[in-house]
Design a protein around this ligand. Structure first.
Ligand SMILES: [Zn+2]
Length: 228
């Protein structure tokens, strides 16, 4: 009889231990679920993006060759062309990396580099390409140029210009170092604050001159040659 009681007691003890272990793991699972709740949407978005990317070749019925060349294009887009310093007389050592500096009373980060120079200093094409757009933005870049690189994958933005060099029109092809404009203080540069705002953006196929993903020009210009 004592044996039976002992066996029942042991079984009860084992049951209690198992129940506690099970409750413990359930609590942990809940904590994990809550912790993941924040990260889950991000993963869902990236999964959607991946799906969208994968769907494009399928939906358009692109051949394996086209898909392969698309992948190559993405890999090639990693390196922008070698740049010439876009303000005459300025050397790489004169540059200050102002990427990300607060602008608009801290509401946004600076997406380019400001190259200080006297008003009227020639602005030079940083790389070979096509003058894609001559644009005026009163409260922004003022007199500006958007140039597209020869391979079409990069956009160069020149802003706060004092004016355009003779012969600069949309569609004109330029070589690296060609004079395209003059340093000014137009737009929101601030009166007398003469400088070139220079931006570099990565452009995906089909994107327009106003689009693209800005990258920091400073490391590209730090090894650039003086344009004159
Ligand atoms: Zn700027």
């Amino acid at each position: 009889m004592a044996k039976v009681i002992r066996r029942v007691a042991w079984s009860l003890a084992a049951l209690i231990v198992l129940t506690l272990a099970l409750l413990g793991s359930m609590v942990r699972v809940e904590i994990h679920a809550n912790g993941d709740a924040v990260a889950a949407p991000a993963r869902a978005v990236s999964a959607d993006r991946t799906a969208a990317l994968q769907e494009v070749p399928v939906a358009t019925g692109a051949s394996a060759d086209m898909r392969a060349s698309g992948e190559t294009a993405v890999a090639d887009a990693g390196q922008p062309p070698h740049l010439v310093l876009p303000v005459q007389g300025v050397k790489a050592g004169d540059l200050y990396d102002s990427w990300g500096d607060p602008r608009g009373d801290g509401t946004r980060g600076h997406t380019g580099i400001d190259i200080m120079a006297p008003g009227g200093t020639p602005v030079l094409a940083a790389a070979p390409g096509t003058i894609e757009k001559l644009y005026f933005s009163h409260g922004g870049g003022g007199i500006t140029i958007y140039e597209r690189s020869t391979d079409g994958k990069w956009s160069f933005y020149y802003a706060h210009l004092g004016g355009y060099a003779p012969g600069i029109v949309e569609g004109k092809q330029v070589a690296a170092g060609d004079p395209i404009a003059y340093v000014g203080d137009t737009g929101n540069a601030g009166a007398g604050n003469h400088h070139l705002h220079f931006g570099v953006s990565r452009i995906e196929a089909g994107q327009g001159w106003w689009q693209g993903t800005p990258v920091n020009p400073y490391p590209l210009l730090a090894e650039a040659q003086s344009g004159g």
